[in-house]
Design a protein around this ligand. Sequence first.
Ligand code: C5P
Length: 260
Amino acid sequence: MACKAQGALFRERFGNRERSMEPKDRIIVALDTSDRGTALRWAEQLAGSVGAAKVGLELVNAAGLGVLDDLRDAGCGRIFYDAKLHDIPNTVAGACRPIGRRGLWMTNVHACGGARMIKAAADALAEGASDAGCDAPLLVAVTLLTSLSPLEATEELLLNLPPADYVPAMARLARNAGAQGVVASPREIEAIRWACGSDFLIVTPGVRPAWTDAGDQRRTATPAEAVRMGADYLVIGRPITGAANPAEAAARIADEIAQG
Ligand code: C5P
């Protein structure tokens, strides 16, 4: 299919998604720090300006899991616990049950743990949530770390498919095993959208507004480009947390998304 025709077909099939959410609610701010006080300050500054906050192992390993509750109470929106679990199904289930009890919005596992592991995670999150009487977090799967180059993927990990084919295949596996979405680089959004349809969530890091520095991110897209390509949520860290006024930076990004 010619590129242009494919683009038009893509918009026809998936284009309405773009208008169904407030631009600010697409922003997941990455609270990348090991300092609890800094994370809480960012959360307070960003209350009402972003849809969610992503908390990773750096902060949780330094400050303990309780920091997730503190951040939720700070009012910066929903919490995505970037747990990136990858182990045997029984162990992942054991790790997911307490996560499910915390009333979080989203968490994740590595898709390469396989279908049984992903299903064990989804079931255990639901069990934990049901014990606690809260909603289970959305489960998203990391398809292939974007830090890996295509050469590393084939020569070190011995993947016999290039990332462009491997990633949508892993997304399909994750969807069939019970995940609600994937984490994927801007480069992979369209292929995943084609492979998994319109109601599968795509969470995209590596997003850089036109007015900021790319830093160490390589395969970047602007917020508007990522949403046009079919991303649901954008994980954005330093362009917001490194700004003199984080709430103003988030508002500028939301404007950029709204302009399309
Ligand atoms: O500061 P910056 O916007 O680059 O932060 C991006 C966030 O997304 C970081 O928390 C990083 O760990 C995360 N991430 C990423 N690439 C991935 C997966 C997660 O940059 N493939």
